[in-house]
Write a protein that binds this ligand. Structure first.
Ligand SMILES: [Zn+2]
Length: 255
């Protein structure tokens, strides 16, 4: 269990964080013979994957588990393989989400002494984690890992810049369509167990009703289905026609 998992207070919604233990596995919990889903791990040559494997710990992350808390040291870095983790700087909005496309704890790569914000699991799923010290050591010994991590930090900066532009210039409906497509890609599933309120917090819109209105439009066009606490994407292509371009991946330096 990560050191921060004892915290009960959800930094965004209040005292609702789960104490559900992290389920640990000796190997990847799902289909260990299949290629790695996390793009950073998958980008490494086989020999570096083998070298890193000794330090990786596989687990299933449970919903609402706090992985990093503001002001606390980042003891582990997580590589999601199906889980979706939201990062919040101010304890209100959750503008940054990480799935198969990245890692949780990027500040540790920049020698930050502690986490600047909170990282909470929003969609449960598998992940690999590694001790921060072990990752820093491995980075100095494995040249491809060093390059992949540097490229990822660069990609994060670009994503942040685009996120700022998106929230300033694009309207809620195309932003929501883009967000749903991004989350679908990050979590690797069309079933997103996220409420309207959660989506509004990720979008950073003050009026949850604007998200509800946009969802009603998408549902009327049979692009999505909505059930209690879950959005199911039925027509990603149709959703893409309504989305602002911000869901498309920026050209990444990660091979
Ligand atoms: Zn946008």
């Amino acid at each position: 269990m990560p050191s921060a998992a004892h915290q009960l207070r959800d930094p965004v919604t209040g005292p609702s964080l789960s104490l559900a233990p992290i389920e640990r596995h000796q190997t990847r919990p799902a289909a260990p013979a299949e290629p790695l889903r996390n793009v950073l791990l998958a980008a490494l040559p086989h020999e570096e994957q083998v070298a890193l494997e000794r330090s990786l710990e596989w687990m299933v992350l449970q919903s609402d588990t706090l992985l990093h808390e503001p002001g606390a040291p980042i003891e582990h870095v997580y590589f999601p393989e199906g889980a979706l983790v939201a990062f919040s700087l101010d304890g209100y909005d959750e503008p940054l989400t990480v799935g198969d496309d990245g890692l949780v704890g990027v500040s540790a790569l920049l020698s930050a002494p502690c986490s600047p914000g909170s990282a909470v699991v929003r969609i449960p799923g598998p992940a690999a984690r590694i001790g921060t010290d072990a990752l820093i050591r491995a980075r100095s010994e494995l040249p491809a890992l060093h390059a992949v991590l540097e490229a990822h930090v660069h990609d994060c900066l670009l994503q942040l810049a685009r996120s700022a532009t998106c929230s300033r210039f694009h309207h809620t409906r195309p932003r929501l369509a883009a967000l749903l497509l991004r989350l679908r890609e990050q979590a690797g599933t069309s079933r997103l167990p996220l409420t309207h309120e959660r989506l509004a917090r990720i979008l950073g819109v003050a009026r949850r009703a604007s998200v509800t209105d946009a969802m009603a439009v998408f549902r009327a066009q049979e692009l999505i289905e909505i059930s209690r606490g879950e959005v199911v994407i039925r027509d990603a292509d149709g959703l893409a026609e309504l989305a602002c371009p911000c869901h498309e991946r920026l050209p990444s330096r990660v091979a």
